[in-house]
Design a protein around this ligand. Structure first.
Ligand SMILES: C[S@@+](CC[C@H](N)C(=O)[O-])C[C@H]1O[C@@H](n2cnc3c(N)ncnc32)[C@H](O)[C@@H]1O
Ligand SMILES: Nc1nc2[nH]cc(C(=O)O)c2c(=O)[nH]1
Ligand code: SF4
Ligand SMILES: [Mg+2]
Length: 210
């Protein structure tokens, strides 16, 4: 299996329950809910995406012919530190490409793995930390995992409809964009009124790191 990767970079996980933890981010190219082209945004299923996931031209990006080669690139990006090795597979939609061979290859190199997914695709066995971020107008294939992280507010997707799902953590993350300040205030108010939900701030944006 070959992998199309936009970028591989090391930073701190900015979001959710693992926020603050050093991680290599492997960002796969492509998504099933938006082409990634600005001219298609208004008609896409997912219209608020904050990410460039088109092409292979980012830092550390490229086409990797097999799992071992991509896992080597991830390990090189992490560097020599032996403890708490952590890779976050994201995109684009990582579950269009992530497979058992790649999960096994990063585990062999000492990594815990996490996935950031829109939840519309099934996940291979062996993901250590599954973060599902549902999108309005889609059907969830993944209804269990470690954290559910809903971008808020999304017209047509009431958080209450997700509360019965089998996740350990329930986060609301303010939708970034022109209305970020108002969306943050609305998210704070929702968490205060519905304590099942916790606020996830995109801390990397707040402090200006990738
Ligand atoms: C770029 S997505 C890639 C992974 C996957 N396609 C997904 O949607 O979960 C990574 C995370 O950023 C979130 N996200 C995307 N655009 C956002 C925005 N404008 N404001 C806040 N979070 C956003 C997504 O919901 C997801 O949790
Ligand atoms: N620092 C940092 N944390 C993140 N957590 C999820 C991200 C993503 O784009 O999937 C992301 C990202 O792009 N940067
Ligand atoms: S599903 Fe994820 S990667 Fe795809 S457009 Fe939406 S936020 Fe971006
Ligand atoms: Mg991001």
């Amino acid at each position: 299996m070959a992998y199309a990767v936009k970028e591989v970079f090391k930073t701190l996980q900015g979001e959710g329950a693992q926020a603050g933890r050093a991680a290599v981010f492997c960002r796969f190219a492509g998504c099933n809910l938006w082409s990634g082209r600005e001219q298609d945004r208004a008609t896409a299923v997912c219209r608020f995406c904050d990410t460039d996931f088109i092409g292979l031209d980012g830092e550390g990006g490229g086409r990797f012919a097999e799992a071992g080669a991509l896992a080597d690139a991830i390990a090189d990006c992490w560097g020599p530190a032996p403890e708490r090795r952590f890779v976050v597979f994201t995109g684009g939609e990582p579950l269009l490409q992530l497979d058992h061979a790649l999960l096994a290859a990063v585990r062999e190199r000492g990594f815990e793995s996490a996935v950031e997914t829109n939840g519309t695709q099934h996940a291979p066995e062996g993901v250590d930390w599954l973060c599902v971020s549902p999108k309005a107008g889609t059907d969830l294939a993944l209804t269990a995992g470690d954290e559910l992280k809903l971008v808020f507010p999304q017209p047509g997707l009431d958080p209450a409809t997700l509360e019965a799902l089998a996740f350990r953590h329930f986060f609301l993350q303010p939708m970034d964009g022109p209305d970020r300040a108002a969306n943050t205030a609305a998210t704070v108010a929702y968490c205060l009124a519905h304590p099942r939900w916790r606020l996830s701030v995109q801390t990397h944006k707040a402090i200006g790191i990738p």
